[in-house]
Design a protein around this ligand. Sequence first.
Ligand code: GAR
Length: 204
Amino acid sequence: MKQITVLASGRGSNFQVILDCLARGEINGKCVALITDNKEAYAIERAAAADVPVVVINFTDYPTKTAYEVDLFAAMKETNADLFVCAGYMRLLGSEIIQAFAGKILNIHPALLPAFSGMHGQQQALEYGVKIAGCTVHFVDEGLDSGPIIIQKAVPVFDDDDEQALDERILEQEHIAFPEAVALFCDDRLFVSGRHVILLPEKN
Ligand code: GAR
C-alpha cells in the first residue's frame, strides 16, 4: 500500500475526493500527511476530519522562497511518502525537490495541457475562445506544467460561460480524473517512457 502525502494551498476539494476514495478502498494507499503553504487553507480542516496529520509551512512567514523550500523539502522527506499529490498546490516546486522525488509527484491542472499552463488555466481558456477545455493530471517535472501526461478530461465551453461556470464544469472532471490517476499510480500501472505515460494492464 502506497503512502501518500498531499500538498494543497487552499480549498482542497481535490484533496477531499482523494480522501473519500481512500476511505472507500478505491485507491490502494494511505494519506500520511497534508503539507500546506497556507495556514488559512480549508484543506487543513479536511485533513483534521480524516485524521490526517497536517504540516503547515506558511509561505508568507519566510523571507525567501529558498528558505521556504528548505523546510518544505525536509517536511516532504519526513513523511516518507511513495507519492506526492499536488492538489491545488499553487507554487512551483524547486528543482532540488523535483529531482529528489522524480517520478513520484503528480499534479492536477485545470486546462488541457500543453495549452494554458500556469495560473488560472480556466480563465486563459475562456479568454482565448477555445470551444473545448478540460483538465490534465501529469507527473511533475522541472518545467511549468510540462511533465508527462497521465489523464486528460475534456468539457465543452459554451458561449454564455463565465469563469465560474467553466471552473465548475472543469472541477467536476478533475474530481474524476485525479483519483483515477492516483489509483493507477498506487497500483503500479503507470509506466513512463520519455514524455509518454503507458497504462499497464491490471494485475490479477
Ligand atoms: C483546481 O482547479 C486545480 O486544478 C487548480 O486549483 C484548483 C484547486 O481546487 N490548480 C492549479 O491551478 C495549479 N496550477 P481545490 O483546492 O478545490 O482542489
